[in-house]
Design a protein around this ligand. Sequence first.
Ligand code: ADE
Length: 244
Amino acid sequence: MRIDVVTIFPDYLAPLDLSLVGKARDSGLLDLRVHDLRDWTTDRHRTVDDTPYGGGAGMVMKPDVWGAALDDITGSEVERPAHLVVPSPAGHLFDQRMAARLADDPWLVFACGRYEGIDARVMADARRRVRVSEVSIGDYVLGGGEAAALVIIEAVTRLLPGVVGNPDSLVEESHGTDGLLEYPVYTKPPSWRGLDVPEVLLSGHHARVARWRRDQALRLTAERRPDLVARLDPDALDGRDREV
Ligand code: ADE
C-alpha cells in the first residue's frame, strides 16, 4: 500500500518511522511519503492561509496551494486510484470497520489541515478526480489533522496482510468481529501484590476459558459501551450470553 501525507508540520509524522508502521515501511509492505505543503507555495513568505470569507475567527488554508500539491501527488501514478482522506472534526466517525475498508485501498493521500480548516473547494475539486473522505477520529477538536492521520495510519497499517505476525491477534481484540470489547488479559506470575490470576485461566480447560472470556467481554461492554451492546446481532448471542 502507498500512503502520502501532506502537512505544514512534516516532523509531526516522525513517529511513523517507529514500531509497527516503521517495520511495515522497512519491509516494503508500506510505501509512506510525507510532504511539506509549503513546497507548493509560490510567494516569498510561503503563505498557506488567509482570512475567511464571511468573517469569523481564525484563518483558512488556501485552495491554490492545496490544489497544486494534490494535483502533483495524486497525478503521479496512473495505475493506482488515490483515495483522499481529509481528517476533520466534521468528518464521518472513524472506527474499525472504516479502518478495514481503508486497508483495502491501494493508495491513501492524507491532507492535514490546520487553523479553521481547508477551503471547501479543495475537496469539491478533488472529488472530480478521486475518492474523497472527510474523517473524524472522535468528538473533540484537535489542533490539526496530523494527530488524526497518525491514528488512522496506525489502525490501517496493522490490518495490512503480513504486518501483524499472528493474524489471530487481529480477531480476538476490542472492536474485532464479535463487536465486543476485549476481555482482561494476564501473564505470569499467578499472584502479584496480593492479586491472583482468575483460577479458570490456570485450569487448562479450553471451553471454560472461552466461556469466561466471553462473559467478561459481555460484562465489560455492557458496563462501558452500552451503545455497542445495542448494536450486537441477536443471532450471534447464545443462551449463556443472555444470562450475563
Ligand atoms: N482535526 C481536528 N480535530 C479532528 C478530529 N477530531 N478528527 C480528525 N481530524 C481533526
